[in-house]
Design a protein around this ligand. Structure first.
Ligand code: HEC
Length: 103
């Protein structure tokens, strides 16, 4: 019985880790990590800074998803983010939700 529970706990821990890595991988394969990092500014703002900026904005997922899709300029500085046309709407939304967890 004990062994079964250890198995269950181990399996759910693996699942949790799987979710985090899937998003980091998705961000990489979607090209986001060419310009962003989690905790510091690269070409674009760090994901922690983005999450902090929008932490009280309940509409942030929708508005940021729109900006990632169509491009953004002038919010963080002079460098614009080009439209991310190759990334699906569902993936953009998942990525924005993931970014907003870094607060
Ligand atoms: C070519 C470089 C580049 C790529 C690729 C890129 N970004 Fe950006 N990103 C930027 C820059 C530069 C800004 C700041 C734009 C501004 O000041 O409005 C930004 C801003 C953002 C913001 C904040 C927008 C706001 O209005 O506050 C989010 C969220 C974001 N990026 C997510 C993503 C995601 C998700 C991807 C991948 C699908 C991605 N970025 C790909 C350069 C990039």
């Amino acid at each position: 019985m004990k062994a079964v529970w250890i198995g269950v706990v181990a399996a759910s821990a693996l699942l949790l880790i799987g979710v985090v890595q899937a998003n980091q991988d998705l961000a990489k394969s979607s090209g986001c990590m060419n310009c962003h990092t989690v905790d510091k500014k690269l070409v674009g703002p760090g994901f922690k800074d983005i999450a902090a900026k929008y932490k009280d904005d309940s509409g942030a997922v929708a508005s940021l998803a729109e900006k990632v899709k169509k491009g953004s300029k002038g919010t963080w500085g002079p460098i614009p983010m080009p439209p991310n046309v190759a990334v699906s709407d569902a993936n953009i939304k998942a990525l924005v939700k993931w970014i907003l967890t870094f607060k």
